[in-house]
Ligand binder design. Structure first.
Ligand code: CA2
Length: 152
């Protein structure tokens, strides 16, 4: 049986839909979990969907994914731009990694233009809001050479 996709979300993403809707939209993280789970099912994939505000937890999950996941979809939020530890863990996981962002960091402040995650990711999806997560599932299925049903 196929291992699950780990969908990992970084700091403050638990506030989605409650604050800064002009930047991050009105969709909640729970809505995104439902969207991702439904899309993964089309590809015959299951999902472990998680969020943390603690960097060490995120690193532990990435290391756990090395054994337990078929791939990682990650919105590292602010750690994207700061965490060499996250980059090193993602590299060590030796899995396909799709980086996703709701906003387009390249159209925002200069400090968001550097992504340590992108340096070890198979692909990056940004600026497309919550739908970017759905596209990330499709991208991961493509990387895994999984052909879903006729609606995939
Ligand atoms: O656009 C994205 O998905 C980001 O990863 C969001 C991060 C930001 O640091 C990245 O540059 C781009 C910020 C996540 C904070 O989430 C909030 C959600 C609702 C309200 C306030 C913050």
């Amino acid at each position: 049986m196929q291992k699950p996709v780990y969908v990992l979300n970084g700091p403050s993403l638990n506030l989605l839909g409650q604050r800064e809707p002009h930047i991050y939209g009105t969709t909640t993280l729970s809505d995104i979990e439902n969207m991702v789970t439904a899309r993964a099912r089309v590809h015959g994939l299951s999902v472990q969907f998680r969020q943390t505000n603690h960097e060490g937890h995120m690193i532990d999950w990435v290391i756990e994914a090395r054994e337990k996941a078929c791939g990682i979809i990650i919105n590292g939020a602010a750690w994207t731009h700061s965490s060499i530890a996250l980059m090193d863990a993602l590299k060590a996981a030796e899995l396909p990694v799709i980086e996703v962002h709701l906003s387009n960091p390249y159209a925002r402040e200069e400090f968001r233009h550097l992504s340590y995650v992108a340096k070890v990711a198979s692909g990056v999806i940004c600026g497309l809001g919550a739908h970017g997560y759905v596209l990330a599932v499709d991208a991961l299925a493509m990387k895994l050479n999984i052909t879903g049903g006729s609606s995939a």
